[in-house]
Ligand binder design. Structure first.
Ligand code: FE
Length: 136
């Protein structure tokens, strides 16, 4: 079933040439968009959320919930292999950073305050995602 994700490796100059400024800043410089500004934060459509860097499927709309935090929030990844988690001690906090397993792009963080049963909130920058509407 699950298999190791084939990595995409590009230089930062290549990423900069490929990506618009905001996705570049979030994905490659671990930026954070201002809350309640992302195009997908309030999106309620049925479909799938992909990495804006490499197109990998990351989250299904069925896992999206309204956390009120100002960023797209998901209870669970589409596939556990699609993301990687890393301890992040920046800004004097201990958080768990979430990255795309395929391209290494920064997506956001996961917090232990999501809905049951998993109790997780994947708090993901809208700029790191693209949305594909499900076929009718
Ligand atoms: Fe990616």
């Amino acid at each position: 079933m699950s298999h190791a994700v084939e990595k995409i490796v590009r230089s930062e100059a290549e990423w900069r040439a490929l990506l618009p400024p905001e996705p570049y800043h979030v994905l490659r410089e671990k930026g954070t968009e201002r809350p309640f500004t992302g195009a997908l934060t309030e999106n309620r459509e049925t479909g799938s959320y992909h990495c804006a860097g490499c197109g990998a499927l990351l989250f299904a709309s069925s896992a999206k919930f309204d956390s009120g935090c100002g960023w797209p929030s998901f209870t669970i990844p589409a596939d556990a292999m699609a993301i990687e988690e890393h301890e992040d001690l920046s800004f004097g906090m201990r958080r768990i950073e979430v990255t795309c397993a395929r391209c290494g792009g920064h997506l956001g963080h996961v917090f232990p305050d999501g809905p049951r049963p998993a109790g997780l909130r994947y708090c993901i920058n809208s700029a790191s995602l693209t949305f594909t509407r499900a076929a009718e």
